[in-house]
Design a protein around this ligand. Structure first.
Ligand SMILES: [Fe+2]
Ligand SMILES: [Fe+2]
Length: 156
């Protein structure tokens, strides 16, 4: 048994950069297939129900799936066709505006949380929570840019 294990370990050679890239591209393409199925499923579900909340949720997920598909394509293109780089200078020229915008994102989170806290209605509370998650996501994405700007990613 121990012998087999040792052989297995030896066989698991270190992957090359090209192999890693290919694996990532393959996985992105597989994920894109799932997103396309999700778009069809959500469209189908929207046709099957008149319930406005369910329709709204399906529309949110469908639109997100379209967006996810685009981001996956961006990742694929950045690995295979058009390398993407980010420099501190790219951010420096627009940083004031980004910070101002991030402030607006945080303001919406605060507003949403105040409303959701006291909201006694299931439908509205559900959608407010959704909006809060989304605004938190925007804040987090901008936070990633800020980390980069502070040079926490020296090899990016
Ligand atoms: Fe998705
Ligand atoms: Fe936002």
């Amino acid at each position: 048994m121990a012998k087999l294990k040792a052989t297995g370990k030896k066989a698991a050679k270190k992957k090359t950069g090209a192999q890693r890239t290919q694996e990532m591209v393959d996985a992105m393409r597989q994920w894109q297939g799932i997103e396309r199925d999700a778009i069809d499923t959500c469209t189908g579900l929207m046709e099957k129900t008149d319930n406005l909340l369910v329709r709204q949720i399906m529309e949110i997920i469908r639109n997100d799936s379209v967006q996810h598909h685009r981001v996956q394509q961006f990742i694929i293109d950045s690995l295979t066709r058009t390398p993407v780089q980010l420099t501190p200078d790219d951010l420096a020229v627009i940083w004031d505006e980004i910070e101002k915008h991030d402030e607006a994102e945080r303001e919406t989170i605060k507003l949403g949380k105040e409303l959701a806290k006291d909201c006694p209605f299931f439908v509205q509370k559900t959608l407010l929570d959704y909006l809060i998650y989304d605004e938190e996501k925007h804040d987090k994405l901008l936070g990633e840019l800020e980390k980069f700007k502070r040079n926490l990613y020296p090899y990016a």
